[in-house]
Design a protein around this ligand. Structure first.
Ligand SMILES: NC(=O)c1ccc[n+]([C@@H]2O[C@H](COP(=O)([O-])OP(=O)(O)OC[C@H]3O[C@@H](n4cnc5c(N)ncnc54)[C@H](O)[C@@H]3O)[C@@H](O)[C@H]2O)c1
Length: 329
């Protein structure tokens, strides 16, 4: 159940961790906002931070009312948005997954969660650091913030990747496709073909109307492979991902600042049953606006493959959140 609190978003966004992801988020937030913002940046690497500030200031156009400055968490006031982008990004296909980053990144986060708890302000907390679903659970537990003000970027990026795959595979315009990946932002992502709409047709109707020879089980396997390998394909040569996630953070902050009622697949602490299993945390579509996130009823007719996959994901996420990290692969 969501705690009912009333919060008025300030125009201030903190980005903590100004590496590859944090700096791209900062750039996107400065340049894609419908409202002017005060962007406060922080990083333990103070030399890097100073350079990032100079570069970001250099990117502000003359007519921008937004400002950027260095600051830290002890300045937060009610209504601020805090985006956590610090932490290790070291994953390698077939060797290390996002879940393997848990011990290292949770250790970095503990102090920050503690600081937020003792400052005792009512803020929006957005987790980007991986493993994002698991860390969202600990963020709620450790900060004691109302759970509807805390969420991770979850499977938003994965959902974009599913649409990229389907657009290419079916030769349909990206913007004509809707659908969600749920579960975990990682190997346990579940592409929900049952949620896919192509020009208002569900996937089965689209296949029949276009006389396509497509087996839905194969399509599920191929889309899962595409979605879960996408980041590794970027990391292989670039070393990290940052533009996609920066855009997602920007969209989520805008939904809060402008009370947009955005439906987005985010990591949220559920504490209830999902697919018949008690669930600590999961990435699912929720409604996000200036009061945080709340559950939304979307009636997807889940296939057996999808239900089994979601249950497997819930078991893994529960295991890590209940007992600490045990390598799943
Ligand atoms: N959720 C998603 O969809 C998504 C997408 C891409 C990356 N990520 C994750 O984002 C995180 C950051 O990735 P990156 O490529 O920017 O890494 P990075 O190493 O480039 O940046 C991390 C930054 O955090 C800083 N930092 C470390 N401890 C800090 C602290 N206590 N306070 C403030 N700053 C601190 C470091 O100095 C560094 O500048 C990783 O965990 C990565 O896996 C998540």
């Amino acid at each position: 159940m969501n705690v009912n609190i009333t919060i008025t978003p300030s125009n201030r966004i903190f980005v903590i961790g100004l590496g590859n992801v944090g700096s791209a988020c900062a750039f996107s937030l400065l340049h894609n906002n419908s409202k002017p913002i005060e962007l406060v940046i922080s990083d333990i690497n103070t030399n890097l931070l100073k350079s990032q500030l100079l570069d970001l200031i250099n990117s502000i156009e003359l007519n921008s009312n937004s400002i950027v400055r260095i600051g830290n968490l002890n300045e937060i006031i009610d209504g601020d948005i805090v985006v956590l982008t610090l932490g290790s990004n070291a994953i390698q296909q077939g060797k290390t997954t996002r879940l393997d980053l848990f011990n290292k990144n949770y250790n970095m986060m503990k102090d920050i969660f503690h600081q937020i708890k003792i400052l005792n302000k009512t803020i929006f907390l957005i987790l980007v650091t991986n493993p994002v679903d698991v860390l969202t659970y600990f963020a709620v537990k450790d900060t004691k913030l109302p759970k509807n003000l805390v969420f991770g970027t979850g499977t938003y990026l994965d959902s974009i990747r599913l649409k990229i795959f389907l657009s290419d595979y079916l030769s349909v315009k990206y913007t004509d496709i809707h659908g969600y990946v749920i579960g975990e932002h990682g190997e346990f992502a579940v592409p929900l073909l049952s949620s896919v709409k192509i020009n208002n047709l569900n996937i089965q109707e689209y296949i029949s109307q276009n006389n396509l020879q497509i087996n839905l089980e194969n399509l599920y396997t191929q889309s899962k492979q595409f979605v879960t390998s996408y980041a590794y394909r970027i990391i292989e040569n670039k070393g990290y991902t940052n533009f996609g996630i920066a855009r997602v953070v920007n969209i989520l902050c805008n939904a809060i600042l402008n009370n947009q009622d955005l439906i987005a697949p985010l990591s949220v602490v559920l504490d209830n049953l999902y697919c018949d299993l008690y669930t600590n945390v999961l990435s699912i579509p929720v409604l996000l606006n200036s009061q945080g996130w709340k559950s939304v009823k979307l009636n997807f007719n889940l296939s057996d493959i999808e239900i089994n996959a979601i249950q497997e994901t819930i078991k893994i996420l529960n295991k890590i959140t209940d007992f600490g990290y045990i390598s799943p692969i």
